[in-house]
Write a protein that binds this ligand. Structure first.
Ligand code: ADP
Ligand code: GN1
Ligand code: MG
Length: 367
């Protein structure tokens, strides 16, 4: 497990280390859970090796997190919430830095594990969707008065679908670096025949029809912590992509992941589809917190954004497959292709249900 024990010693943790193990199911960073004994009291910390292949400016990224989390803490406290539980609490190194660089040039950061919390890779009831919708809606609301221009853009054009199509997907197809193109002709055709989707939200931004806000940009269900006893959402995690974005990205990406009948890498695509009850539950939760701040164009595009974020993610998995798996962590050789096929099956199902999805949004009262 690399040199994680050495890494632990660099941080200001309380007590004596008892155990450390690999943890979580994110596709980007490597996450460890360390248990400490502090004079009989059990304390847990999360340590993450930040993926520096993905994130090029670690100072900028950590600076964002150390700006955003105190803001959230203050707002949560003012509203009478529990600021220690409802936002992440990062720990500095012993020499007072917000991350540690080891001799290999790898970067690590640490935060307190929220006691009695759990995250889900797949929902088993609509309440989890309602709760996560509230959590991300609230997150956006609490950051509405945060100066967006003080944030470093950790991954520029992260959800610019048009740019991803033109500058990443098409070159990946043309270059065919990993010689995998022949086995994904059908999937390539799926994307190219839907190119028109890519510019729709980008154009709404350009035309000033929807505003940029401070958003999370990676609103997967497993980026929300739940109370393991009550299943109430506690807080939003994975803050690496908090930067200016649109409400549509946050809504759409959550629907992509949380409402799929199957997990994101289910191979049997006949199991993939959108659970409309979950869609309704998430929309109700999200709009109960963020609804009042959205304009009509944003509301009118929530259903389409769900399809777009699913399409974009499928295209990113396919791009990575064509490039030889250099971005997302994979567990087996065609993992990214399996993920792409899964996302495209979900896109196709959303296309069938788009009218119902729009109708569900229309019928939600925002007050
Ligand atoms: P990544 O960028 O790799 O997705 P995350 O910050 O999302 O990194 O952490 C990876 C995973 O670890 C999460 O999806 C979640 O499953 C788990 N995780 C992280 N922090 C906690 C925590 N405090 N409590 C429970 N699970 C956590
Ligand atoms: C990655 O880090 P994680 O696993 O929460 C990715 C998201 C994708 C998602 C697909 C920084 O999210 O954009 O939607 O995988 N994060 C980054 O599951 O690229
Ligand atoms: Mg994550």
């Amino acid at each position: 497990m690399e040199n994680v024990n050495e890494v632990l010693e660099k941080f200001n943790f309380k007590g004596e280390n008892k155990e450390v193990k690999v943890f979580g199911s994110g596709h980007i960073n490597t996450t460890y859970l360390a248990t400490y004994d502090n004079n009989g009291e059990e304390l847990k910390y999360v340590i993450q090796k930040i993926n520096s292949n993905v994130f090029k400016n670690i100072d900028g990224l950590m600076d964002n997190i150390f700006k955003v989390t105190p803001h959230l803490r203050k707002k949560i406290k003012e509203a009478g919430g529990d600021e220690n539980r409802e936002t992440l609490h990062f720990i500095n190194t012993k020499d007072d830095k917000n991350y540690y660089t080891d001799e290999n040039g790898d970067y690590y950061r640490a935060y307190v594990f929220v006691p009695e919390s759990i995250s889900y890779d797949k929902a088993d009831d609509s309440n989890l969707l309602y709760e996560s919708g509230m959590a991300f809606g609230r997150f956006q609301r609490l950051l509405a008065d945060f100066a967006a221009n003080s944030l470093y853009e950790t991954l520029p054009d992260f959800h610019n679908t048009q740019k991803r199509f033109e500058t990443e997907f098409i070159p990946a197809v043309n270059n065919n670096i990993a010689s995998r193109k022949a086995e994904c002709e059908k999937e390539i055709e799926f994307v190219t025949s839907r190119e028109e989707y890519c510019s729709r939200v980008v154009n709404l931004i350009k035309e000033n029809k929807i505003p940029l806000r401070v958003t999370h940009n990676d609103t997967k269900l497993n980026n929300v912590l739940f109370d393991e006893n009550s299943n109430k959402a506690i807080c939003v995690i994975d803050l690496d992509t908090v930067m200016p974005g649109t409400a549509l990205y946050d809504f759409g990406d959550a629907i992509r992941f949380g409402t799929n009948f199957a997990e994101e890498d289910e191979k049997d695509t006949s199991k993939v589809g959108i659970n409309l009850d979950y869609f309704k539950a998430y929309a109700e939760g999200f709009l109960s917190e963020a609804g009042k701040s959205l304009n009509q164009t944003e509301i009118d595009n929530l259903a389409f954004a769900s399809l777009l974020m699913t399409f974009e993610c499928g295209m990113r998995f396919l791009t990575d497959y064509l490039n030889g798996d250099t971005y997302f962590k994979t567990a087996y050789s065609d993992h990214n292709l399996v993920r792409a096929r899964n996302q495209f099956a979900l896109v196709a199902d959303m296309e069938k249900h788009m009218d119902e999805m729009n109708e569900i949004i229309k019928n939600i009262k925002i007050d």
